[in-house]
Every structure is written in structure tokens, then in C-alpha cells.
Design a binder for this molecule. Structure first.
Ligand SMILES: [Ca+2]
Ligand SMILES: [Ca+2]
Length: 485
């Protein structure tokens, strides 16, 4: 019986590769639509990733269980603008110099590497697709001309109460609490409604639709029903090691410094930690509900059986594990993201633990849609990983500022800073990246091997993307601006 099942699986895989273009198939199938759902600042706290025992994300979980879930996916930059610029251009931050936040209209300005590159939706457009988008896709929405039909740019991260509820430090929208009174007042609600409406329409061409949700980006406001899912005294808080930073190189501490954010010590003393976690989880469940609206709309539409779905978040988020609350660090809390693909052409449900990158989304979607590969893509299609032997040494690289690279494979996290400082963690013994073993001589060969994966070029900061809030980079970006004057 087992042998029969194996034979059957092998035949299915063969069939799958011939259909998706990995083999050679003479007949041409009608093109598939693409529904791309992006979520802002969602870390690995979704049910299927088992990183948080309390979180409730039934809709994302359902999608993951029906498709291919990458359990070790990482962003190329641990902050919105550069992460999205990389995913949507198919280029690494080290190739474009987009290390900091960047306005949509500046993406191409004065940047040779970005001048002619086709952004992901445009590539589909070039191949006959109609492009539609709503909400936060690029840092704000999208550069001019990317979407044929737009449901609107993001209007900040509101709606906002008249006064902050718990936290009012300048330079961050961080705050938490119940607001507003109902879901229909949330911006993400309207994005989901717009997408639902589009899915009910008849489209005369295949479409590429991007739906970009902004929760759980701060402020962590959501209606009461979502907070009620998570009574603070019933929550498991993340782990925290007070002297965790003692074994870090100086540059690591400077880069990770986040002056305006709450610290974990403050959150413990004030009794707010469980309330912050509650608020983040409330926002995650709220956004999961909006994802469900879109998925249900697809399920009930004419596009149910001919649409590829991909869901990703632009980077992770720390909820106190490393001393603070925020992104913009290069440890796993900030780099690991949910990544799910589902396609009518993939008849397999699978979780894949190989380290992969958001950079791979672009070539994977092209491959799934059977479009010709884009030679400018620096990532790779993930389709060959399905039902195949995985490579435990494959790395995902997250870049933060010029020439600071953090990489992960299935056993190690290795960070190599611009000044040569290092961090190394053995994830099998130390999954929380607490004990820096970079100075163990026995691991020199391993580090040398991992460094072979480093990008060969590290272009200068692009002036238009120099804004970043960490002090270390504030200094760097001021220097860059002065040099260019
Ligand atoms: Ca983000
Ligand atoms: Ca440590």
C-alpha cells in the first residue's frame, strides 16, 4: 500500500512539474490570476507557525494548510520600505542601496539599479495582466502606473483616537488599547471590502491583485471584540533574558537601539507587557479576519479554481524578547515572516523548513503563473523545493544598513557587521539566539563557509532612502547627505 502511495505521489509531482513549466509541456494552459496579500509587521505569530501558543489566526492557518507554508522565511530588510522595495523589485537592498525608508515616488530616482527594473505587478502587466491594488503594497501604496486600478493609498495608520491611550513618545506611533468601536471603521476593513468587490466583478484579462493590510503595524488599536479574545492574565509572554546583550558587539547594540520604544524592563515594571502582547494579538486576529473576507470572496467567485494566492508579511516584530518592542534588528524575531503559496496547479500540502527569502516571492509567482523568468531577479523560484530533498545549508540573508548582513540556515544564525564584528547562534541548542558563540575558534571554518554567501556588492546608501530611526544610521545617513551635497 505504502509503495502504491509513493508511486502515486511521484506521478502527481511529475504531473505538477510538467504543468507548472518546470518540465517541458507543449500545450499552453489559460493564464492564472494572482491574489497577493501582504500584511504589515506581522511576525511569526500565526497559528501554523507555532511561535505563540495563544494566537488565533483561523483564516491564515486555513490558507497555509491548503497550500505550501514556508516555516523558515525571512525578510531582506527588517523595516517596511526597504523590505518591500526588495520583494517588489526582485533585488537585494545591497544591490539597490535602499536600506532605509523610501517614498514610492523615489524608488527609481537617481538609482541606476532601479531605473529600468520591472516591479512585480508590472511584470505581470507586461505579460497581459490587469493589475489591481489597495492599501500598503510598497511603502505607501505603489509608484505611478503600477496598478491599472487602485483602491487607494494608505492614509496613515489610523483611525486614531483624540489622545494617545498608553504611550505618546514622539517619533513612533506605538500605542495600544481598544479603539475604534467597530471593525467597519478600521482602514483594513475597507481594503478587504474593496478586494471583495473586485473579486465579484468580471475581468476580461487575467488579473494580478495586491491587497495590503496595515495591522498589526502600530498603533495597536482594534475594536474590543479582538481584545476580548486574549485576556491578559491568560497569555504566555515571550521569554526574556535580562543580560542578553552582554555578549553582543558594540555595533549590534547601537544598531538595535530604539530610544522611543518601550523597553522590556519598563513593560515588566509597569505591568503593561501582557497588555501590549494582548493588543498585538488583537490586531493580528483582526487582520486575520480581513484576510478571511478576501479568501472567502475568492472562494465564492468565478476565480476560485484559477487563482494563485500568496501571503507574506514584510518583516517580523519583537514583543520584548530582546529588550524592547519593535522591528529594525537582525535577529529572528525581526526577520522571520509568514510566507504561504497556494495554487490550483499545486496539489500538495506541505510545510517546508528550508531557509527562504521574500526575494523569492517574485520568481516563484512568475514560475507558478508559467511566465518566462525575469533575468533581473536575484531570488529563486521556490517551486523546486516542493516534495524535494531540502538543503539545510541554504541561507536567507537580511540586510540592515550598508554591509551589515544577518543570515540564517536550518542550524545557525550568523551576523557579519560592516566593521567585521560578528554574532553566531546555534539554533538547535539556542533557538532564541541568546548565546553568541562567534568567538569559538572551532567554528571558524563554519563562519568562513557562511561568509561565502555574503552579497558581493554593497552599494552606497541611496539618498532618498536614508531615513531610519536608529541613532547609528541617523549618523550614517547624515554623513551620506552631506557627502552628496
Ligand atoms: Ca512593516
Ligand atoms: Ca546574548
Amino acid at each position: 500500500m505504502r509503495a502504491l502511495i509513493r508511486l502515486y505521489t511521484a506521478l502527481r509531482v511529475l504531473l505538477f512539474f510538467s504543468i507548472t513549466g518546470c518540465g517541458s509541456s507543449p500545450e499552453k494552459d489559460p493564464p492564472l490570476n494572482v491574489l497577493m496579500i501582504s500584511i504589515d509587521d506581522l511576525n511569526d505569530w500565526i497559528g501554523v507557525l507555532k511561535a505563540n501558543p495563544n494566537v488565533k489566526t483561523p483564516n491564515i492557518d486555513r490558507l497555509a494548510q491548503e497550500g505550501i507554508l514556508f516555516t523558515n522565511a525571512h525578510c531582506q530588510a527588517p523595516i517596511c520600505g526597504p523590505s518591500r522595495a526588495s520583494l517588489l523589485s526582485g533585488l537585494r537592498p545591497s544591490s539597490t542601496g535602499i536600506y532605509g525608508q523610501i517614498k514610492d515616488q523615489n524608488l527609481r530616482k537617481g538609482n541606476p539599479s532601479m531605473k529600468t527594473v520591472r516591479f512585480l505587478p508590472q511584470y505581470f502587466k507586461d505579460h497581459g495582466y490587469k493589475t489591481l491594488g489597495v492599501g500598503k503594497i510598497f511603502h505607501n501604496h505603489a509608484p505611478e502606473g503600477v496598478f491599472d486600478e487602485s483602491g487607494g493609498r494608505i492614509q496613515g495608520f489610523g483611525p486614531l483616537p483624540e489622545k494617545r491611550i498608553k504611550w505618546d513618545k514622539k517619533g513612533t506611533s506605538t500605542d495600544w488599547g481598544v479603539y475604534p468601536s467597530q471593525d467597519s471603521l478600521m482602514y483594513d476593513y475597507s481594503y478587504a471590502q474593496w478586494a471583495e468587490k473586485q473579486l465579484k466583478k468580471s475581468h476580461n484579462r487575467p488579473f494580478f491583485m495586491a491587497v495590503g493590510f496595515i495591522r498589526p503595524h502600530v498603533p495597536w488599536y482594534a475594536p474590543k471584540q479582538w481584545f476580548d479574545l486574549y485576556p491578559p492574565d491568560k497569555l504566555t509572554l515571550p521569554s526574556y533574558l535580562p543580560n542578553d546583550w552582554d555578549d553582543l558587539p558594540e555595533i549590534a547594540k547601537q544598531i538595535a537601539f530604539k530610544g522611543m520604544m518601550p523597553t522590556t524592563d519598563w513593560a515588566i515594571e509597569s505591568g503593561e507587557w501582557s497588555k501590549i502582547v494582548q493588543a498585538y494579538l488583537a490586531c493580528v486576529s483582526f487582520v486575520d479576519q480581513q484576510v478571511g473576507v478576501v479568501l472567502d470572496a475568492l472562494e465564492n467567485s468565478a476565480y476560485k479554481d484559477n487563482t494563485i494566492v500568496v501571503l507574506w508579511s514584510d518583516h517580523g516584530y519583537e514583543l520584548g524578547e530582546k529588550g524592547s518592542f519593535g522591528k529594525q534588528t537582525i535577529w529572528s524575531e525581526s526577520t522571520r515572516v509568514p510566507l504561504v503559496f497556494k495554487s490550483p496547479k499545486i496539489d500538495v500540502q506541505q510545510s517546508i523548513p528550508q531557509a527562504v527569502e521574500l526575494l523569492d516571492v517574485y520568481p516563484t509567482l512568475i514560475d507558478l503563473a508559467a511566465l518566462p523568468p525575469n533575468p533581473t531577479n536575484e531570488g529563486k523560484s521556490l517551486l523546486p523545493l516542493i516534495n524535494q530533498q531540502i538543503d539545510s545549508t541554504a541561507v536567507a540573508i537580511t540586510t540592515y544598513g550598508q554591509n551589515n548582513h544577518s543570515m540564517i540556515n536550518m542550524q545557525y544564525r550568523y551576523i557579519f557587521y560592516e566593521n567585521g564584528a560578528e554574532e553566531l547562534y546555534d539554533l538547535q541548542k539556542d533557538p532564541e539566539e541568546r548565546y553568541n558563540i562567534a568567538n569559538h575558534e572551532a567554528l571558524d571554518v563554519l563562519k568562513t563557509d557562511m561568509r561565502k554567501n555574503l552579497p558581493k556588492i554593497n552599494v552606497d546608501w541611496k539618498v532618498g532612502s536614508s531615513h531610519i530611526i536608529n541613532d547609528y544610521f541617523k549618523r550614517t545617513s547624515k554623513q551620506i547627505k552631506n557627502q552628496k551635497k
